[in-house]
Design a protein around this ligand. Structure first.
Ligand SMILES: NC(=O)C1=CN([C@@H]2O[C@H](COP(=O)(O)OP(=O)(O)OC[C@H]3O[C@@H](n4cnc5c(N)ncnc54)[C@H](O)[C@@H]3O)[C@@H](O)[C@H]2O)C=CC1
Ligand SMILES: O=C(CO)COP(=O)(O)O
Length: 331
């Protein structure tokens, strides 16, 4: 496909702002849409997003706006960076302004709850003229905004689209790898959040580093089995958006899912509130288990997370249930 000159970034939270910086550093003409006027003013004026990226002054100026039509005007590609559960609504809102055939890169990590659809399928329903793509991998917004180096996967059904998007976003601090596996990239991104809650709970409950590593490894088995059942490629599951992101989020308090898990672990049962920060795994746990059931894939750790979050199981009982499952050979 032709070179990508102008990119619209939809969503002015931590990741949307960081990705707008990535695109600007890669030499793209960037317009960032945020719904909150104070955020737009701070980005345009002080080169900051104090609500979502506190303490970071950007190395580049960005053009932000509260007007969707202005942000979308002439965009060759769109980065959709609002929470997973808002994808259908926001895709519907940008639909009137989206150029036919423009790639829409899904940057949220989750599965739609009501429908059980991956976000690329949500996009196909809400914005059928767009070409779905996904960006995922080990990448904390604050690190990326600070220009710390990382690598991610960018996937699209047509690998030449993934190649073009990778070229459009690459810079010395941000290295995308192109992939044709749109399903695998999304399954990894959604499941690692659920598993990070489990690992955080282990941390918060004081069950030790050995338990956390064991849970991460068995969690990877869940992620791989679900991915394989949905048609993911093995190299995606062991790659940046699968194992890479799982390792990051299951071991770092910088992760909101892991931090949510720590709070859960300290409480022993599901906390009443999330403390305001987005933890996507909370929304994906049960729907992932339901998808697994439909495909004959058991997800015991994700199931335990869903049951604890749903209030039907305490953490201590969840641990006992996992540890006393019938013994089997490792696979
Ligand atoms: N923060 C991070 O390090 C990373 C986040 N992600 C993913 O990116 C997605 C977004 O996360 P963040 O930007 O970090 O969250 P955030 O909480 O920092 O920001 C969310 C943004 O979405 C906006 N928003 C919420 N509901 C909306 C709606 N209905 N319509 C329009 N805008 C709406 C909020 O106003 C806010 O600007 C999540 O799925 C997350 O898993 C992916 C990689 C890294
Ligand atoms: O996806 C992320 C890093 O790759 C961010 O993780 P959290 O949403 O748990 O903060």
């Amino acid at each position: 496909m032709a070179g990508i000159r102008r990119i619209a970034v939809i969503g002015g939270g931590a990741w949307g702002t960081a990705l707008a910086l990535v695109a600007a550093r890669a030499g793209r003409d960037v317009a960032l849409w945020a719904r909150d006027a104070a955020t737009v003013d701070a980005i345009n004026g002080a080169r900051e997003n104090p609500r979502f990226l506190p303490g970071i002054t950007f190395d580049r100026g960005l053009v932000a706006t509260t007007e969707l039509e202005t942000a979308m005007r002439g965009a060759d590609a769109v980065l959709l960076v609002t929470p997973a559960q808002t994808t259908r609504e926001v895709a519907g809102r940008i639909a009137p302004f989206c150029l036919p055939g423009a790639p829409v890169i899904l940057a949220a990590k989750g599965i739609e709850r009501g429908s059980g659809l991956l976000l690329s399928d949500v996009l196909r329903e809400a914005l059928p003229e767009a070409v779905p793509a996904a960006l995922s991998g080990p990448s904390f917004a604050a690190d990326v905004a600070r220009k710390l180096p990382t690598a991610v996967t960018i996937a699209a059904g047509d690998e030449t689209v993934a190649d073009a998007l990778s070229a459009a976003l690459a810079s010395p601090s941000f290295r995308p790898y192109a992939s044709g596996d749109l399903i695998g990239v999304q399954v990894g991104g959604a499941l690692k959040n659920v598993l990070a809650i489990a690992c955080g709970a282990v941390e918060g409950r004081g069950w030790g580093a050995s338990a956390r590593a064991a849970l991460t490894a068995r969690g990877f088995v869940e992620l791989s089995r679900l991915g394989a059942a949905l048609g993911a490629r093995p190299e995606t599951l062991t790659g940046l958006s699968g194992l890479g992101d799982l390792v990051l989020t299951c071991s770092s308090e910088q992760s909101r899912n892991f931090a949510f898990g720590i709070a859960l672990g300290k409480a022993g049962t599901a906390p009443m509130a999330q403390g305001g920060k987005l933890a996507e795994g909370v929304f994906s746990a049960q729907v992932a288990v339901d998808i697994g059931k439909r495909h004959g894939v058991e997800l015991p750790i994700s199931g335990a997370v869903a049951a604890v979050l749903g209030g039907s199981l305490s953490l201590d009982d969840a641990l006992e249930a996992l540890m006393t499952r019938p013994l089997k050979r490792e696979s």
